[in-house]
Design a protein around this ligand. Structure first.
Ligand code: THU
Length: 174
């Protein structure tokens, strides 16, 4: 071994992988409590009011706060495409603009045109917005119910789980 090999060897450590686990549960609508089924129905109804003129992809969201208040939202598109906003953030921002101290307990998301066993899950920007809300409510998790109209609902205990190694306000503090 030459001198440079020895130096190199002294710096090499065995890399230790970190594993982040992720799990969700699949239900049929009728296996869920009545309040959850009602929330999914609200999300479905909201989707039918979406302004999805360009994509024709209508999305509905309905959230329930710990106080039992339900707020819905849908996607609102724009001819300048990036100006549009997703259903999840429409519902979230509407709720928080009315009640800044509310705690979002569950959000249901339904896309009427997507059937089968693979419900739509929130886009990256909405994941970031949901994570911010979890931070805002002292890390109390937002449970997600992602449903297709004909049956399958994926339940995730915390929206933040959709963003491992996420960026949050703690990086901005000093
Ligand atoms: N969209 C949502 O509203 N939520 C999602 O989770 C996925 C995408 C909207 C944005 C846009 O109006 C349309 O669906 C197509 O991307």
């Amino acid at each position: 071994m030459g001198r440079s090999d020895v130096l190199f060897a002294s710096f090499v450590q065995m890399p230790t992988p970190t594993t982040i686990t992720f799990s969700y549960t699949a239900y049929a609508w009728n296996e869920l409590p009545a309040a959850d089924q009602a929330l999914l129905k609200d999300a479905h109804a909201a989707a039918l009011r979406a302004y999805a003129r360009y994509s024709k992809f209508m999305v509905g969201a309905a959230l329930r706060t710990t106080a039992g208040k339900v707020v819905t939202g849908n996607n609102q598109e724009n001819a300048s495409f990036p100006a549009g906003i997703c259903a999840e953030r429409t519902a979230l921002h509407a709720a928080m603009s009315m009640e800044p101290d509310a705690i979002v307990e569950t959000m249901a998301i339904v896309v009427p045109s997507v059937t089968g066993d693979r419900p739509v899950s929130p886009c990256g920007i909405c994941r970031q917005a949901l994570l911010e809300q979890e931070v805002r409510q002292d890390r109390k998790p937002i449970r997600l119910l992602m449903g297709t109209p004909d049956g399958t609902v994926h339940e995730l205990k915390s929206a933040g789980a959709l963003l491992p190694l996420s960026f949050d306000g703690s990086f901005l503090e000093g």
